[in-house]
Every structure is written in C-alpha cells, then in structure tokens.
Design a protein around this ligand. Structure first.
Ligand SMILES: [Fe+2]
Length: 181
C-alpha cells in the first residue's frame, strides 16, 4: 500500500509548484470530466446533474516516446449527488502497469487505493504530503471537503488506464459520505 512521506523539505518543492501550475495553464491540455462522463460511477445522477464538472486534468504535452513521463495536475471540485461525493474515476494501470507519484498541492483529498478484491486503504492527500502508489494498486481521490482538491501526479507515459475493473469491483458503493475504509 502507498508510502506517505511528509516534511518541511516538501515546502520548497511546493513553492516551485506554483510556477509549474502557472506554466501548465499557459500551455497544457485540459480534460474536463462532467457528471455525464461518469454515469457508471453514480447511482443518484439525474439529467439536471449532467453538466456539473466533477474534475479537470491539466496535462503537460508529451514528446510521444514510451520513456516519457505523464505529468498532470488534477483539480477535483467539491460536490455531491445526494449522498455520493465527487471523486475521480479511479483506475488500475495496465498494458504496461507501473507506479504513480502523487503530491498534494491544495485542499484535502482522500486517496483511496485497492486491489482486485476492492478498496484496501485510504490516505489523506494535502499540501505537504506525497504518496508513492506501487505498481498493481488501483487508485482514485475523493473530495470530502468544501474546497477544491489539487494534486500533481507523475507516472510513466507508457501506462494504460483501466477504469472498467474499478467499477466492476464495486468501488461505486464506497463513495457515500458515511463509508470509511
Ligand atoms: Fe493512475
């Protein structure tokens, strides 16, 4: 399960992240996930909910090589559909698999991790926290707060993203406000 390290030395990195985020906004790609893009993740969505933005992913342009890094900043907005809280889709990496490094930047998110049996662990991701997600561990972030959650993710650009397994394994039922792993 993930290794979490916190410390004052991270503050220096986070100062630089301000520049990184500014740079991203000037030249990155933006992938917007709305409720309508996530029907299979919510029981309680209605047609009126369809345009609500759940999260946005800012991505750095890649060079196209398999050795490149995939570097993204995710902005996960606060919100819910009834009792179901906004969260990222969650995925396993596949074809090939590989680890992911997450650095909390702003807000307080809950990083949930799991394996083929379902959800296994939760850690808090906030400013000053970074998390190493090992190969083979599925992951997603839930926003249980009233503020946007912003975090940086780095993985190999070669990894694929398997969203279907997460929904098939029943993670959908674990996004309600009461459920804690
Ligand atoms: Fe990932």
């Amino acid at each position: 399960m993930p290794i979490v390290i916190t410390g004052e030395e991270i503050e220096e990195l986070l100062k630089n992240l301000d520049l990184v985020v500014e740079s991203a906004l000037n030249g990155c790609t933006v992938d917007t996930r709305r409720v309508s893009d996530m029907q299979e993740f919510y029981f309680g969505s209605t047609r009126e909910d369809a345009d609500k933005i759940v999260y946005q992913i800012l991505g750095w342009p890649k060079g196209g090589g398999k050795a490149d890094l995939l570097v993204t900043v995710t902005v996960l907005y606060p919100g819910d559909l009834g009792n179901e809280q906004f969260h990222t889709k969650g995925h396993f990496h596949n074809g090939p698999d590989g680890p992911e490094f997450v650095v909390g930047y702003r807000g307080v998110g809950i990083l949930q991790t799991g394996d083929r049996t379902g959800l296994v662990d939760e850690v808090t991701v906030e400013r000053g926290t970074h998390v190493w997600i090992p190969t083979g561990v599925a992951h997603r972030v839930i926003n249980r707060s009233d503020e946007p959650v912003i975090y940086l993710s780095v993985s190999s650009a070669a990894v694929g993203h398997d969203y279907d397994s997460v929904t098939q394994l029943g993670w959908k039922r674990d996004i309600t406000k009461e459920v804690q792993v």
